[in-house]
Design a protein around this ligand. Structure first.
Ligand code: CTP
Length: 407
């Protein structure tokens, strides 16, 4: 463990074409203020050089178990214990097998055998090697021993085969590392966007169409996401609320501005749309509309606004992994909200009754149902900050649940 606040990662770089991604990972870890020391296996050194690792990490690279210099300056036992986390990236099938067998035939496996520090493994190998019963049994054994896995991802691989086996993206490995280093911040390394408040749709330079939304629920969710470690952009319509601490707040006026700001905040892992977006706008008059004695009152030609939630929910390479909408209803709450979830294509929808008697719109409390593909869960009436914390806890659990095993 390092002195002071600096957290230290020991990166074990195994062999394989994906080893070059370890360089990007080192860069990202350093951006997050982490110290990175590296053990480069002999096979890893065939793909990346100690010099590039040293240049990026600012640290000397460890490689030879029997180097007397290493042993006198930093024995392998000390090396294994002086880090907050050991990350094996990329981990080959061979390295996994040697970890399971408890071999200590190079510095990497010796360090891994000698350590009581948490270990994160990012495997990368050919799809058949990954799905082979031997590898899967090794993964199960390591998991049972407390090792955490990130990936592998699926896709086309360097060997021209497709399926699970690709190294997880450096950003995903970074997120997993940050979560392990900060267990109290389960969304560390995740990016989130929240829309909140009303929108104002101008009629002329002094008048606008608006609604009663105060933004309280959305601001509370943005703050709760930030407290859980996420990097949060709050896209807010006009409100009287102060910017939440630790959150990037972008102030907008109209629905079209809000959509543009949301698209700028992509890519992100989580989108929560709480804003009460005006469904229509008008072509605003350039000057204040005047009353003319005897003339008929003006009529407003309403033009539909873009649907921000539906736009973010559309399948695309930048679609957030979890898109959550809110449904403000005044009757048949669950039926309408369930239909709205399907119509808009979001993953979850939080339904609430905003009828005038409830005091919810503009108030400090909320009573919601969380609706997903599996059904509807009714939450008790809670303070909006408690609803926010409960929702963020759900989000963290959802994002931490590993994808199904490929077998
Ligand atoms: N929403 C949005 N963009 C819009 C309208 C709504 O992003 N132009 C989002 C809201 O932020 C909320 C969800 O869609 O997450 C549902 O909003 P709601 O006002 O309840 O539904 P509408 O789509 O406006 O449908 P209706 O007014 O018919 O109930």
């Amino acid at each position: 463990m390092e002195d002071g606040a600096t957290r230290s990662v020991l990166l074990v770089v195994g062999g394989g074409i994906a080893a070059y991604k370890a360089l990007e990972l080192i860069r990202r870890l350093r951006e997050h203020g982490l110290r990175v020391r590296t053990v480069l296996t002999d096979s890893g050194a065939r793909f990346v050089t100690p010099m590039s690792i040293q240049a990026l990490s600012g640290e000397r690279v460890f490689g030879d178990l029997f180097s007397l210099t290493d042993e006198s300056e930093m024995g392998h036992i000390a090396l294994s214990r002086s880090s907050d986390l050991i990350v094996v990236c990329p981990a080959t099938a061979d390295l996994l097998a040697r970890m399971v067998a408890g071999l200590a035939n190079d510095l990497a496996t010796t360090v891994l055998l000698a350590t009581d520090t948490p270990v994160l493994v990012a495997p990368a190998m050919n799809v058949r090697m990954w799905t082979h019963a031997a590898t899967q049994a090794n993964v199960a054994t390591l998991r049972a021993r407390g090792v955490t896995f990130v990936g592998p991802a699926s896709g086309l691989m360097a060997c021209n085969e497709s399926g699970p086996g690709r190294l997880a993206e450096p950003d995903d490995i970074l997120s997993a590392i940050l979560r392990l280093l900060h267990p109290d911040r389960p969304l560390a390394g995740r990016r989130a966007m929240v829309t909140a408040g009303p929108t104002h749709e101008p009629i002329d330079p002094v008048r606008y169409i608006a609604n009663r939304s105060s933004g309280t629920q959305g601001y509370a969710i943005a703050a709760a996401l930030a407290a859980a470690g996420a990097d949060v952009t709050l896209v807010s319509g006009p409100t009287t609320l102060p910017d939440p601490a630790g959150v990037r707040t972008v102030r907008v006026e109209t629905a079209r501005d809000m959509l543009a700001a949301c698209l700028t905040a992509l890519p992100c892992d989580i989108a929560v749309c709480t804003a009460a977006v005006a469904d229509w706008h008008v072509a605003p008059a350039p000057q204040k509309i005047k009353k003319t004695a005897g003339a008929p009152p003006p009529t407003l030609q309403l033009v539909p606004n873009p649907d921000i939630l539906a736009t973010l929910s559309q399948p695309s390479p930048t679609r957030p992994g979890l898109v959550i909408g809110f449904a403000a209803e005044t009757e048949h709450i669950v039926t309408h909200a369930t239909a709205k979830r399907l119509r808009k294509g979001c993953d979850w929808i939080v339904a609430n009754d905003v009828s005038p008697g409830t005091g919810i719109m503009g108030g400090t409390e909320n009573e919601v149902c969380l609706i997903d593909a599996a059904g509807c869960e009714h939450w008790p009436r809670l303070d909006k900050t408690q609803v926010a914390r409960k929702l963020v806890a759900r989000i963290a659990t959802f994002l931490q649940t590993p994808p199904p095993n490929p077998e």
